[in-house]
Design a protein around this ligand. Structure first.
Ligand SMILES: Nc1nc2c(ncn2[C@@H]2O[C@H](COP(=O)(O)OP(=O)(O)OP(=O)(O)O)[C@@H](O)[C@H]2O)c(=O)[nH]1
Ligand SMILES: [Mg+2]
Length: 280
């Protein structure tokens, strides 16, 4: 899958991160609970590691709970702390606030609030998380990448200040599997994606790793190859054009949407053990 976006916007976001890092005590790195490894941005790793980093897994409501626990265990070894939330409904906020309270303040802290920068890839839930932490809509959110364009400070009760940042992707996603994960999770603008190709990749992945999710959702009768399976999903979902043929683009859209909304079940695409093996 060829993945391209707007490098200018990303370069600006990275500059913003670099310039503002000196004003904060720590960083919250927001990761998608369904793809915790692929949603880590390697391009900002060195920069943010100058500070304590708290990993927050969003969309835990859409991910496999057991694997989320396993990911938290794995991440706690590498991060200052790690925890999971549902940033849409607001679950896990107390625990997160508890983690944040243990962050050491830099320099002469005095009465100054603890300052945290919230970073992560586009559309991962940074602004939603901030809104949930303060209990009202202070930061703009939306179900597409690129909603937050500039930085925004938000003050919380309990002497805490959060800096919302635009989403950051790295210049080139070399790894095809990672590009697929990021696209499936909704990080890359839908307009610049080949929808049918994403549909094929998703159906191939699920057919191999989570076949019952497809069989149950679309009431499939038999195993088919990925092309036939996507066609069958389209037929079952009423994605037809004149003459009764299946509209593959519509079928792919149905599948991707069903995955993103966990109608195929709570699926985590990346397992922590697989990831360790890959890194080794
Ligand atoms: N189900 C679910 N949806 C979430 C969660 N967190 C965020 N969302 C949804 O994901 C979408 C993106 O959320 P935002 O908070 O705008 O994401 P962002 O990281 O600020 O995005 P940019 O500013 O575009 O980089 C919205 O539709 C949110 O409602 C979560 O934990 N669970
Ligand atoms: Mg945002």
């Amino acid at each position: 899958m060829q993945v391209q976006w707007y490098p200018g916007q990303m370069a600006k976001a990275k500059r913003l991160l670099r310039e503002n890092l000196k004003f904060v005590d720590a960083v919250i790195e927001v990761l998608d609970a369904r793809i915790p490894a692929s949603s880590r941005n390697p391009d900002i790793r060195e920069l943010i590691m100058q500070k304590p980093v708290v990993a927050v897994l969003t969309r835990s409501d859409l991910a496999d709970p057991k694997l989320t626990d396993a990911w938290i265990d794995a991440l706690q070894k590498k991060y200052f702390a790690a925890t999971a939330v549902d940033a849409k409904k607001g679950r896990g906020m107390k625990k997160l606030l508890g983690c944040l309270k243990t962050i050491p303040r830099q320099g002469k802290f005095g009465k100054r609030p603890l300052r945290l920068m919230v970073v992560g890839i586009p559309n991962v839930g940074k602004s939603s998380l901030i809104n949930r932490l303060i209990g009202r809509s202070a930061a703009q959110t939306g179900d597409r990448p690129g909603v937050t364009k500039g930085k925004q400070w938000v003050r919380l009760p309990g002497n805490l200040e959060l800096l919302d940042m635009p989403g950051l992707l790295w210049p080139k996603i070399e790894n095809k599997q990672q590009a697929f994960y990021l696209a499936a999770a909704g990080t890359i603008k839908d307009e610049i994606l080949d929808r049918v190709e994403l549909g094929y990749q998703l159906v191939s992945y699920l057919r191999e790793k989570e076949p019952e999710s497809l069989f149950n959702r679309y009431k499939l009768q038999q195993d088919l190859d990925p092309v036939e399976m996507l066609t069958e999903i389209g037929r079952k979902s009423g994605c037809l054009v004149k003459g009764g043929e299946v509209d593959l683009e519509a079928a792919a859209s149905v599948l991707v949407k069903d995955f993103r909304e966990a109608r195929l079940g709570r699926l985590t695409l990346e397992k922590p053990c697989e990831q360790e093996e890959e890194n080794a």
